[in-house]
Structures are given as C-alpha cells and as structure tokens.
Design a protein around this ligand. Sequence first.
Ligand SMILES: *Cc1c(COP(=O)(O)O)cnc(C)c1O
Length: 391
Amino acid sequence: MKNLEQLVLDGVRDVLGTSASRIALHEPEFGATEAALVQDCLDSTFVSTVGEYVERFEGMLAAYTGAKHAVAVVNGTAALQVALELAGVQPGDEVLVPTLSFVATANAVAHCRAVPHFVDSDFDSMGMGPGVLGEHLATIAERTPQGIRNRRTGRRLAAIVPMHAFGHPVDMAALLAVAERYGLPVIEDAAESLGSTYHGRHMGTFGVMGTLSFNGNKIVTTGGGGAILTNCAELALRAKHVTTTAKRAHRWEFFHDEVAWNYRLPNLNAALGCAQMERLPDFVERKRALAKRYQAAFADQPRVHFVAEPARCRSNYWLNTVRLDAVDVTVRDRVLATLNDAGYQSRPVWTLLHELPMFAESPRAPLPVATRLAASLINLPSSAKLANSRI
Ligand SMILES: *Cc1c(COP(=O)(O)O)cnc(C)c1O
C-alpha cells in the first residue's frame, strides 16, 4: 500500500502537473484593466482620500453581492472591528467566534476591548457549528434585563460572528435560528467568501452586517482593503462616517462631530479593486473548475477526503482543502513536508485561536471538532490560473 504522503502528492501532481518553479498556495492575477485603472488614478493625482474609484468600487461590491450598501475600508480586520462596534459590542462584552479562523476574527473583537468566546466547528463546513453553538448557549446563557449573560463569567454576550472557512458557507438558516432564540446580532466574517452563496444568496448579506477582505491572498485584491456590507441605510451611513474621521461634509470647513477612525480605503487601492471586480465571475468559475479536478483526483481515496461545498451552497473555493483520515499532526506534517518539498505550497489550517497566547484565558465551548480538523486539514494550491493547467 502506498504511504499517505505519496498518495496526496500523486493526487496533487495529477491535477497540477509538474513545474520547474514552486506553485504558490494562492496568487493574485492582474491584467490590462488593472494597469489602466491604476494609471488613470495616478494621472488624476487623486490617489488618496478623494476620488471616484472608492464609490465605484462600493457600487460594484453591492451589485455583485446583492447587499444594499457596501462601505470600503482599509482592511478586513478594521471592517470587522467597526461592524462589531456598530452592532453594539461594548468593552467587557463577549463575542462568539469560531476557534477555527484567521486571527483577525478574534483580534477585531479584542480591538473593541471585548473578549472572544470560542465556538466549535461543524465537521463538514469547517465553520461555526449551529448545533454545538445552540447546545453551548443552552448551557451558559442566562437572560437578564441587560441582555444575555454568560453565567460562568458574568459578562454580556453581545454578538455571534460566523466565518465561512475557505469559502464554504456556514449553515446560515440554522445559525440565524439560534441567534434569534437569544436575540443576538450576527455579523458575518465573509473575508474568504466573496463569490460564495448559501441557498442562492451571497455570503455577508445574512447578518445585520458582513465584512470582506481584499488582502493580497484573497479572491480579489486591492493590495490591502476591506468592506462592510449591510442592507441597513442607517448603519451604512454610520459606517462611512466613523471610518472617515466623522467629518461633516462641507466645501472648506473641517468639523468632526465625534472621535472616529481614519479607516478609509485609498482611491488608488479602490481603482485596483474595480478592475479586479470585473474579473471576479471568471475567477470564481476557474476556481470552481480547479476544485472539481481536485475532487475527482481524490474521489477514490478512502484516506484523503476532498472538502466539497455544503448542499445548496456554491463555494468560491478560495482555498482547496483535503481532510486526512488520520487525525495526527505528525502524519499531517509529513504530508505537508512532502508537498512543499515537491514545490506545491501547502499548509495546515491556522493554529486554533484558543491556543494563541493572547487568547489563552478566553472562554470557550468544548472544541473537539475544530481540534480534530486542525490536525487533519491541508490547504492545497488554489490560484485561479491553475484551473486549466497541467503546467
Ligand atoms: C483575511 C481575513 C480577514 C481580514 O484580514 P485583513 O488582512 O485585515 O484584510 C478576516 N478574517 C478572515 C477569516 C480572513 O481570512
């Protein structure tokens, strides 16, 4: 019997072919439109806080996602922090977040001087599990006149932040039902799921707000950037106001009516974003084609499972993921070493957030599924350009 690392390597090689140079985990792709719009922005001299591209980019995001409003900001972490503040998260509150996520999800909570409270994953979607969330809340939540409290810590529970891991949607119907039972607002960390839908509706449009990231490794990039999506006009206005120094519009006066952030997305970055948005449908199509080929390559492997999109969902397959049958970090790392040595950049999921030193004291639900997933998941090269290539 072939050893596991050889089996995974053969599958990846079958899809990607061999290349003289290393194949990256995820690379952005730029063409003539990116160059033209960035050059136009330079020619205009409006590279910073003024210019037409920010509004145009926001319009494209709203049109694509179906959100009524999109507010562009400087990065995805800032977007999530502001969304949490606007949803009413106060210093000393707890916010329910998945432990299986990028550190930004928990950092944004901490930036509000609130405390992340870690929740387990659903085995199939890898994102927050509505079932285990419901069970956990039934154990710890207590209703008080001030709202829902964690009876163990005495702190108020202020919000729920599901994250759609690697583009795969969380079961939003089930999650919203749990949130509604407790009257908790949902803010989606949709940083990885631009182009993904659940029952035909775009991620980031289910909660009171959703947030996106346009970091260099995301499905579209502005260099660095983020956005807040919402259907509420009042929240959109608030989000714009507090991320642009709370300046009242005036031809020459500088009057600011509250302490606020300078989290504005520069016009130069927005220009790049407009060009990228034109290519997004094509990116999604090619990434889904690549996913299909990975799925086929591992279809007959009982020891390696390709993580496919949940039922009635469409994933952007931001990062393709396989789950090893073996739940063993030593085995996982042997596979990772083999893939990376062969020139296929691959990595495990993030260190679970509750294991990071700054969150060591944070409250948490039992986390058996996320722990199991972290020991057995591997992200494979996923750039759109790999779709048609046996390089
Ligand atoms: C990328 C990402 C963010 C935001 O990251 P920024 O680098 O601040 O744009 C937030 N959450 C998740 C899950 C992410 O993957």
